[in-house]
Design a protein around this ligand. Structure first.
Ligand code: F6P
Length: 550
């Protein structure tokens, strides 16, 4: 990066001063001053309607944020990503999830290889395999067709598949059952397979590295379960496939590499749902709809590359996140999809956003002197309204919210959908404008509760609307968030594509496992708290299961 450190960029300093001034404004005033605000601060592109007018911004804010993007060389970094440069500096890797959705006629040569051709070679294999499973042509060890698909993976090798399956369940082949096992807690696996017939069950072992302890432990249990049920080691060949970058480890596990669908180290785990990691998605919805999802991703990629900053959806979403985080000081973002099919989207976005931008050093390794990635969380509406929205409306922490909703329901039933969507509009309205003491008094509210009923408002939100939830729409939406994360990461000058912070815990657990499993006395050399916890665990475990516990 050639630009000065973030806090020395002119736009940063201007935004800092501007942020102080804007904190004194109220959305009520901003809307009062400009009756066209709700239309002016919106963008419509690729079938998405993005209303960002209920952010605490003015034209000046937008101008300064665009200036910050330019001073941070966001566009140059974006172009470098699309060209396959090694933006993941701490791992010296290209960052090329965008190549996963390029059309087959495109070409992108990176480190001497046309990666688009590679992508489509694997997509074709996935399509053939998916069709075989969907049609029943692929037979299990006892010649029965596959009816159950169990994806075993964790992090990006689970959250993308499970989110996409749930999101697109409406389009799924309904005589196939899909399960997703991620947690090393055996309960996850045991409950996932307890009603499945092994003769009709396919396991997809999804792991970029094929070295993740949770996934390998679950995969080993799946293998034992299958062999116990079918009584023959040879059954593995017809009931296990792998998705990985690591052919050697797949083979060492005992899966024929002919049954492996590959991807590449330039695909980050949390950016992989449209790679072979999406095999379960493709089996569920079929290759044609999977390709429609890829077209949605690609449409957003094109929009991101070709659109000026202030009309560019991912740029705006990312810049507004920076504004809320750094200049207004809001520490979290709530993502509230008003669509039951998107109920795993917040969990998916948590990994995407927080594993990407939860960083404390710049690309050159200096400690940052500003806040980076906010905490993302959420639940589908309207459920959240009857739980934590109280805090969002009247608590002391301001939580900017992204509302996501659709004009048409995939399950039109009576007036459910209008009721659902009226809540999107009403919640955004209530957050922004609140209710004053005067208004309450005017309505004849009981004086005793008056202060408790005041809603200060001035709480920002974005509303993202689309016609209906489709594979293409899902691709658009995920790519929108991916690129928004990218924009934020470039401004913060962090490596959005590594995740070193997850390593220490794994390393420490590896040292503790033998201490928990050993039957002989062990000498513990941790801190006094960890020693005491492990001793307590060991002593209770040695005493066996306590009948009082259940
Ligand atoms: O531990 C974090 C992580 O590396 C994620 O980044 C990744 O998505 C997940 O683990 C699973 O990794 P793998 O696909 O290699 O099993």
């Amino acid at each position: 990066m050639t630009s000065p450190p973030l806090t020395q960029r002119p736009a940063w300093n201007a935004l800092t001063a501007h942020g102080r001034a804007m904190k004194a404004c109220h959305l009520r005033e901003l809307f009062g001053e400009d009756p066209t605000r709700g239309l002016r601060f919106h963008v419509e592109a690729e079938g998405l309607y993005f209303d960002y007018s209920k952010n605490l911004i003015t034209d000046e804010t937008l101008g300064l944020l665009a200036q910050l993007a330019r001073e941070s060389e966001v566009e140059q970094r974006r172009d470098a990503m699309f060209a396959g440069q090694h933006l993941n500096e701490s791992e010296n890797r290209a960052v090329l999830h965008v190549a996963l959705r390029m059309p087959s006629y495109a070409s992108l040569v990176v480190d001497g290889v046309d990666v688009v051709a590679e992508v489509h070679r694997v997509l074709e294999r996935m399509a053939t395999f998916s069709d075989q499973i969907r049609s029943g042509a692929w037979r299990g060890h006892t010649n029965r067709p596959i009816r159950n698909v169990v994806n075993i993976g964790i992090g990006g090798s689970d959250l993308g598949p499970v989110m996409a399956y749930e999101a697109l369940r409406h389009y799924a082949q309904r005589d196939l059952t899909f399960r997703f096992v991620s947690n090393v807690d055996a309960t996850d696996f045991v409950e996932a397979v307890r009603d499945l017939d092994a003769q009709e069950t396919l396991f997809i072992i999804s792991s970029k590295t094929f070295g993740t302890l949770e996934t390998l432990t679950n995969a080993a249990s799946a293998r034992r379960w299958l062999i116990d049920q079918l009584g023959d080691e040879a059954a593995v060949a017809k009931h296990f496939v792998a998705v990985s970058t690591n052919a050697a480890k797949v083979a060492a596990f005992g899966i024929d590499v002919a049954n492996m669908f590959e991807f590449w180290d330039w695909v980050g785990g949390r950016y992989s749902m449209e790679s072979a990691i999406g095999l379960s998605t493709m089996i569920a919805i079929g290759p044609a709809l999977f390709f429609e999802m890829l077209a949605g991703f690609y449409a957003m990629d094109e929009h991101f590359v070709r659109t000026p900053i202030t009309e560019n959806l991912p740029m705006l979403l990312g810049l507004l996140a920076v504004w809320n985080r750094n200049f207004l000081g809001f520490p979290t973002v709530g993502v509230m999809p008003y669509d039951q099919y998107l109920h795993r989207l917040p969990a998916y976005l948590q990994q995407l956003t927080m594993e990407s931008n939860g960083k404390h050093v710049t690309l050159s390794g200096d400690r940052v002197n500003y806040e980076t990635g906010p905490i993302y969380w959420g639940e589908p509406g309207t459920n959240g309204q009857h739980s934590f929205y109280q805090l969002i409306h009247q608590g002391t922490t301001v939580v900017p919210v992204d509302f996501i909703g659709f004009v048409n329901s995939l399950n039109p039933l009576g007036d459910h959908h209008d009721i659902l969507m009226s809540n999107v509009f009403a919640q955004a309205q209530a957050l922004a404008f609140g209710k004053t003491e005067e208004e309450l008094r005017h309505e004849g509210a009981d004086e005793r509760a008056l202060k408790h009923r005041v809603m200060e408002g001035n709480r920002p939100s974005n509303v993202i609307l689309a016609n209906e939830l489709s594979p293409r729409l899902l691709g658009l939406l995920v790519a929108l968030y991916e690129h928004s994360v990218f924009v934020q990461g470039v401004i913060w000058d962090v490596d959005s594509f590594d995740q070193w912070g997850v390593e220490l815990g794994k390393q420490l657990a590896a040292g503790i496992i033998p201490e928990l499993t050993a039957t002989d006395p062990v000498e513990l050399a941790h801190d006094s708290s960890t020693n005491a916890l492990i001793s307590y665990y060991r002593s209770l475990k040695q005493n066996g299961r306590n009948d009082d516990d259940h």
